[in-house]
Ligand binder design. Structure first.
Ligand code: NDP
Length: 281
């Protein structure tokens, strides 16, 4: 079994982004810029935002961080996003989710212009992905595709199964695999015969959010298994959606958790940001 090293792959991508950010700065006279908006006190979000800012700094991307209190109103949040949308130093805007419940997240995200939508969540970017017309792709599924590409795992003509159909992972993941010529099945909580379907997969992507949900009897021998899950096990340790120990003897490729898909998500955010900056040249 080849262990897919997301940490090392992400480091390589971050070095590539750094070179592109430097080239952008030389051509444009300014740094590529990412604005991060965090509203409220969600502890996990605070950690994610800190990591993203640090990653920007290391890559030579300027970050603009806006921390707003949990009680921020819709009007105020919208005004900030509109100001960032108009700011020429800001090439990408990221609104950290989840937002406090009283805010209309959909309306706030819709205020991000497509060209600055580095999360790839806008209707236009999703539409382009669905039609295989390019556009900015959500960071986590893009990171999975990068792992497959950099480990020379073929997708064309292969059977791919995606477990999970969320807007941020499962759905865009399935569309990317279709665009890469795989034959794709998407599974979810209402799927019947999940085990049998998963066992058909040459490439199995788990994005369920349930610790060790994918067990050895659900994977085909020799499959490539990509674990998007970020969970805690019964001892509070970080674990994925795949039973790593049980599955590892059967498969050809496997991503660990932590150190698999997770680091790729931040690397792809940097990538999306520098690409957004390059498009302004
Ligand atoms: P969601 O909760 O939005 O989606 C989970 C999906 O799993 C749903 O489509 C759901 O089906 C499906 N599901 C739930 N139970 C079952 C079941 N018993 N059988 C089959 N399918 C099932 O989660 P996300 O997509 O946001 O995230 C998934 C995981 O990935 C989480 O652990 C999350 O933390 C992690 N994650 C990791 C990232 C990273 O950077 N590594 C980034 C984003 C997420 P239904 O639609 O029917 O409800």
């Amino acid at each position: 079994m080849t262990l897919i090293d997301g940490k090392a792959t992400a480091a390589a991508i971050r070095a590539e982004v750094k070179a592109r950010a430097a080239a952008f700065e030389q051509k444009s006279g300014k740094k590529a810029g990412l604005a991060v908006v965090l509203i409220g006190n969600d502890p996990a979000s605070q950690i994610y935002v800190r990591n993203k800012i640090r990653a920007c700094e290391e890559a030579g991307i300027r970050s603009f961080t806006h921390y707003l209190p949990a009680e921020t109103g819709q009007k105020e949040a919208l005004a900030l996003i509109e100001a960032l949308a108009a700011d020429e130093n800001v090439h990408g805007i990221l609104v950290q989710l989840p937002l406090p419940r009283h805010l209309d997240a959909k309306a706030l995200l819709a205020a991000i212009p497509t060209e600055k939508d580095v999360d790839g969540f806008s209707d236009e970017n999703i539409g382009k992905l669905a039609k295989n017309e390019g556009g900015t792709v959500a960071c986590t599924p893009r990171g999975v595709m990068e792992l497959l590409r950099r480990y020379n795992i073929p997708t064309a003509g292969k059977r791919a199964v995606v477990v999970g159909r969320s807007n941020i992972v499962g759905r865009p993941m399935a569309m990317l695999l279709i665009n890469a010529d795989a034959t794709v099945t998407v599974c979810h909580s209402k799927t019947q015969n999940l085990k049998e379907i998963c066992r058909e997969a040459d490439i199995l992507v788990a994005a369920v959010g349930k610790p060790k949900f994918i067990t050895a009897d659900m994977v085909k021998e020799g499959a490539a298994v990509i674990d998007v899950g970020m969970n805690r096990d019964e001892n509070g340790r970080s674990c994925g959606d795949v039973d790593f120990e049980g599955v590892k003897e059967r498969v050809s490729y496997l991503t660990p958790v932590p150190g698999g898909v997770g680091p790729m998500t931040v690397a792809m955010l940097l990538c999306n940001t520098v690409e957004a900056a390059e498009r302004t040249l």
